[in-house]
Design a protein around this ligand. Structure first.
Ligand code: ZN
Length: 265
């Protein structure tokens, strides 16, 4: 069986330079591809290095709404240079009205510039959205989206919006974090996701699974727990159980979905 991680951050410094070891564990367990998302200009070179090192890494470059203050005036041309350097996706990009002290005003312009690039180049975009679902839908409906589709990473929007988003080309990605007891409502939303639009992710090193479902415990240098990217297989197993679907069947359709949106890159 092949497993596909639609969204992680393997380049993250919290992994303390152990990326080779993590990649080896992922390959051993059957992870065929992982989309490694850069979040700001500073980490794009690390993402590119990982992609050159491992065939399972699909690089993705973007400006995440949490790190807009770190961007240089040349961020857009730097982004184009990264996209030219290797077959890649765009992300992580998005809108965030949840985290305090973020400048929301500049988020929309940066998001739209990246969405436009994704549409022009027909590259899949990985979108983060917290407490801005209505506005995100408006923006997606009024601007060109990539023809091959885009990923709503760690989808936590309302189930009622799924049909409208799917019509625009959305894929809905499920993280292990939703297996936490208090997030069961979010799990239930995934029962409404069309069969051909489901993806799974770890978002490693973030979005940890509940302790009893975490087969690869890992901690950073500061002792704080990290999500190991090889936990993807446990995320698949838990979602298959929740949906009442055999693991092989879930893995088969997620493989097709992943190939439809990220294939050929
Ligand atoms: Zn992320």
């Amino acid at each position: 069986m092949n497993f596909y991680d639609a969204h992680n951050h393997l380049q993250d410094d919290r992994f303390g330079g152990r990326q080779d070891e993590l990649l080896a564990a992922c390959e051993k367990i059957g992870i065929a591809k992982m989309v490694v998302n850069g979040a700001c200009e500073n980490d794009w070179p690390q993402v590119l290095t990982l992609a050159r090192k491992s065939k399972i890494v699909l690089p993705s470059f973007g400006c995440h709404p949490w790190y807009l203050h770190e961007g240089t005036p040349d961020w857009l041309s730097n982004l184009e240079r990264c996209l030219d350097a290797a077959p890649s996706a765009i992300g992580e990009i998005g809108l965030d009205r949840w985290k305090p002290d973020l400048n929301y005003g500049s988020q929309e312009a940066v998001f739209l510039a990246q969405l436009q690039l994704a549409a022009e180049r027909n590259l899949p975009a990985s979108i983060h959205c917290l407490q801005a679902w209505g506005r995100l839908l408006e923006l997606l409906q009024s601007h060109p989206c990539p023809a091959r589709g885009f990923v709503l990473h760690s989808f936590g929007g309302p189930a009622e919006m799924i049909p409208a988003l799917a019509k625009l080309g959305a894929y809905f990605s499920f993280p292990g974090y939703f297996l936490q007891e208090r997030k069961l409502k979010r799990c239930a939303t995934f029962k409404q996701v069309p069969a051909d639009r489901l993806l799974l992710e770890t978002d490693a090193p973030d979005q940890l699974l509940p302790e009893e479902k975490n087969p690869h415990p890992l901690a950073g240098a500061d002792g704080k727990p990290l999500n190991h990217p090889a936990n993807l297989v446990a995320v698949y197993a838990a979602l298959a159980e929740f949906l009442g679907e055999p693991l092989e069947s879930l893995a088969g359709r997620v493989e097709e979905n992943f190939q439809r949106v990220f294939g050929g890159l």
